[in-house]
Design a protein around this ligand. Structure first.
Ligand code: ZN
Length: 128
């Protein structure tokens, strides 16, 4: 889990940290994309986080880091933060309330048979 979400702002952004290079930054939630299936269709069960920081390459040039980590809806090593990311990303694209976005995320987790990993509070209308 090397490029991972660490915080969410009130401004519809997610703060990302890249463990391997010890750097990070923030991106709009609208830029957090679903992965694609082999046929090019979006896969709602995975989100792709792209490191927004820059790094200096072997030629001394500053280039976008661009490292990518894929996060499953069940949350992998950090269920709470990744599930919160799904809820916020779903809300950013579909609109509606946090409670409605949690229903969508919870259904995705149930579909992949990982409902036991669900960590968020269905009753609260925030992302926790
Ligand atoms: Zn990076």
């Amino acid at each position: 889990m090397s490029v991972r979400p660490t915080a969410f702002g009130p401004d519809e952004r997610v703060t990302i940290w890249h463990d391997e290079f010890q750097h990070g930054g923030s991106v709009p939630l609208a830029d957090v994309k679903q992965t694609k299936n082999a046929d090019g269709s979006p896969n709602p069960f995975w989100l792709e986080l792209v490191c927004p920081a820059t790094r200096v390459n072997a030629r001394g040039q500053t280039v976008p880091c661009g490292s990518v980590s894929l996060h499953p809806v069940g949350g992998g090593a950090d269920p709470v933060m990744v599930q919160r990311l799904f809820v916020r990303a779903i809300r950013a694209t579909r609109g509606g309330t946090f409670r409605e976005a949690k229903v969508v995320a919870r259904n995705l987790i149930e579909t992949v048979g990982e409902l036991h990993r669900w960590r968020l509070d269905d009753a609260s209308d925030d992302d926790r």
